[in-house]
Design a protein around this ligand. Structure first.
Ligand code: F0G
Length: 464
């Protein structure tokens, strides 16, 4: 049998045209957008890799399910199907729909957050951190040591540092209301968390009698990595691995915009009925009645169907292959890219790519701007602009763990030739990297600054 390429396991029934732009147009568009890629119009983007969130292509079965959507305010059968899908796949009996992941986080931290609480996570994603901090709690990241090296082949770089977690739990006895783990670890490069690591977290939670919640956004991708890489898992169905992961937890938050391949949606789920009722009391105030939670019946249907499609192995094999394909091609050309390939995105190591720029000149942001300028590809900085902190004593800005640029791949949306284009554009930027200038933040909102900040080009060199 020849070694055949892994092909897209779908045919294309409906297409969206892409408008081509010139480099000159893009230079003007960047200026008009104050050098913030979030301010661009999507029609001015050739390949949009800003996020894999809500940008995937729904299947014909999902569109069929949309037509089945029942829009009753209370007791919709669409909620029944949504609830049953979550119960069956995740094993949590209490299912609370929300309009997206951050709404679930808001409700979760409304219950568990607040000062002087400390919330440990392998790495909080930006909205998770913002919700925890806005409640008055302190959000602590405990990524494993192996994640520091962006080149090492360690198979589970998303793992939590269990020693650091144990120390946090000891040092903050009584003040840690729950432990979270993000699968896959988005801020840490879309890297997976092993079952073994989750068992370790569970043990520590049991010892301190605190609940364990999973940020489940990319749960199926995480399960696929466990199947590929964890001892004794290679013959097991993805659904069984998913259940093993969630059997270790007391609940989860989920953005259905990722591994439910829907354009909107999310949920909170847990085992404890009393806790769920508290979540529901809060849900009614801000999201909606517990059988729709801010979603239309048609959205609930799309999520229920998507959850069942995302755990299919043909889909997951293709998904991982398409990302690995770009990562390996860039690596072969000597371009600094986070390896091994993650689950939903290609992460360029901008700190090494633009090693002439100090972190204070935001190399990740500078690189993302150049990739747009070069080829109209919109990427996202995941570095100090997004995740930088503040020194508690001096108030000075502190850098993120890594200066990354994320090329997030929407699910089932782009083909291999789009990926070939991405490889060529990143390579062209790499060849002229020495002349790339840094950036300065001109204005910045107080939270989630990457969404609203304005930037100017600065620092060494002149952008060619
Ligand atoms: N948790 C993780 C790990 C995420 O990646 C996201 C969203 C959320 C929670 C929040 O979910 O968007 O439905 O409110 N991440 C997107 C991204 C925005 O581009 O990575 P949401």
């Amino acid at each position: 049998m020849p070694n055949l390429p892994i092909i897209e396991p779908f045919r294309i029934k409906s297409v969206e045209p892409i408008r081509m732009t010139t480099r000159e147009e893009r230079a003007d568009l960047l200026t008009a957008a104050s050098n913030n890629l979030f301010f661009l119009k999507s029609a001015d983007v050739i390949i949009d890799l800003l996020t894999d969130s809500g940008t995937g292509a729904m299947s014909s079965e999902q569109w069929a399910a949309v037509m089945r959507g029942d829009e009753s305010y209370a007791g919709s059968p669409s909620f029944g199907r949504f609830e049953a899908a979550v119960q069956e796949i995740f094993g949590f009996q209490e299912v609370i729909p929300t309009h997206q992941g951050r709404a679930a986080e808001h409700i979760l931290f409304g219950v568990f957050g607040g000062s002087p609480h400390v919330i440990p996570n392998n790495s909080h994603f930006d909205t998770t951190r913002a919700n925890a901090e806005q409640s008055g709690a302190i959000a602590l990241d405990h990524p494993c040591k192996e994640s520091e090296d962006t080149c090492s082949a360690y198979p589970f770089k998303g793992n939590m540092d269990l020693k650091a977690l144990a120390a946090t739990l000891e040092a903050n006895k009584g003040n840690v209301p729950l432990v979270m783990v993000t699968i896959t670890n988005n801020a840490g490069g879309g890297q997976p968390v092993s079952l073994e690591n989750m068992r370790g977290i569970r043990e520590l939670c049991d010892k301190h009698e605190i609940p364990f919640f999973i940020d489940a956004c990319r749960f199926a991708e995480n399960a696929w990595f466990i199947k590929q890489r964890e001892h004794g898992q290679s013959e097991r169905p993805i659904r069984a691995i998913v259940r093993d992961m969630f059997d270790l937890a007391d609940g989860c938050t989920m953005s259905a915009k990722k591994d439910a391949i829907a354009n909107i949606g999310g949920f909170l789920a847990c085992r404890d009925k009393e806790l769920a009722d508290e979540f529901r009391r809060r849900l009614v105030v801000t999201e909606g009645f517990p059988t729709y939670g801010g979603l239309a019946g048609r959205d609930l249907e799309a999520v229920a169907q998507g959850l069942n499609e995302v755990v299919e192995e043909d889909y997951l094999n293709y998904r991982a292959a398409s990302i690995r394909y770009v990562v390996e091609a860039l690596h072969e050309r000597g371009i600094p890219v986070l390896r091994p390939a993650g689950g939903h995105a290609i992460f360029l190591d901008a700190g090494r790519f633009l090693d002439h720029l100090p972190w204070q000149q935001y190399p990740g942001h500078a690189l993302a701007l150049e990739i747009y300028l070069e080829g109209g590809i919109r990427a996202c900085e995941i570095g100090t602009v997004m995740l930088g902190g503040k020194d508690a004593l001096t108030g000075e800005e502190t850098p993120a763990h890594h200066e990354l640029v994320r090329l997030a791949i929407p699910r089932r949306t782009y083909t291999q030739s789009h990926m070939d284009y991405v490889i060529e554009i990143v390579d062209a930027v790499y060849k002229r990297r020495a002349s790339i200038a840094g950036v300065t933040i001109e204005t910045s909102p107080p939270v989630l600054r990457h969404f609203g900040a304005t930037f100017s080009r600065s620092g060494v060199g002149v952008t060619a």
